[in-house]
Design a protein around this ligand. Structure first.
Ligand code: ADP
Ligand code: NI
Length: 226
């Protein structure tokens, strides 16, 4: 029997428990890796998984838990992409009733989507890991991606932009360590790094939103001579 989203019914109570764990864990984050980021990534991961024929249970639970270590990263300085993160996630999944044989693929998906350093380069990422990486990156694009970049910059004391240097032509690339500079350094490149066909389409749509925003931002930032 399926629920309205096409997922098997047995899955719902476990999912609810995992969501509750994530809610408690990420309650205080306001830098972009919050509960709502996980919800959006889980929604995207489900959509992409269903279209790409990936295991949507693995993708969705990995999406919900992928940033669970972020608060501890802040507190302890240990990297969110380390073995400690996987222990935390394993515990959350176990407490929520995910059965043992399903936990390993979820942890692998989380680990691979970040290219965790201890795994070395993973040239042959599982389909589920590619789905999660696409979903996570899509949430860094579009209107939400713009908002997250400015939240991040604000939380880390970075300015929005920098002094206009018209001689070299205005480009966000002129502004390293600023919010608008991040669009050049990372965000506008993400759409070219999608793995799945579904991810590519979604990322292109959101990239257009970002490009329009950056053009308008540049016009307003320059604002003529003064
Ligand atoms: P992920 O969640 O995919 O691991 P990051 O931790 O790199 O990504 O970034 C989380 C969010 O913060 C993203 O939306 C990203 O654009 C934003 N961000 C990361 N670094 C910067 C930066 N230097 N300036 C502005 N925004 C940033
Ligand atoms: Ni994330």
């Amino acid at each position: 029997m399926m629920n309205e989203t096409g997922s098997p019914k047995w899955y719902d109570p476990i999912l609810k428990k995992v969501i509750n764990e994530v809610k408690i864990t990420l309650e205080k984050d306001s830098t972009g890796h919050d509960y709502w980021h996980c919800m959006r990534v889980a929604r995207l991961a489900r959509q992409i998984a269903l279209e790409e024929g990936a295991n949507s249970f693995t993708c969705e639970l990995a999406a919900w838990t992928h940033d669970a270590f972020r608060p501890l990263e802040k507190e302890t300085g240990k990297p969110h992409s380390g073995k400690d993160a996987l222990v935390i996630i394993r515990n959350m999944l176990e407490r929520s009733g995910v059965k043992g044989s399903s936990i390993q693929p979820i942890l692998r998906c989380v680990a691979e989507h970040e290219n965790y350093s201890f795994l070395g380069d993973s040239p042959s990422m599982d389909l589920e890991s590619r789905v999660l990486q696409d979903a996570d990156r899509i949430d860094a694009l579009g209107a939400i991606g713009i908002a997250r970049a400015f939240m991040f910059a604000g939380a880390h004391g970075q300015p929005m932009g920098g002094p206009v240097r018209k001689s070299s032509g205005w480009s966000p690339g002129n502004y390293s360590n600023t919010a608008i500079g991040h669009f050049h350094d990372k965000l506008l490149r993400l759409a070219g790094e999608m793995h799945t066909a579904t991810g590519k389409v979604l990322a292109q749509e959101r990239k257009r939103v970002v490009e329009e925003f950056v053009d308008q931002f540049i016009q307003e930032w320059e604002g003529g001579t003064y």
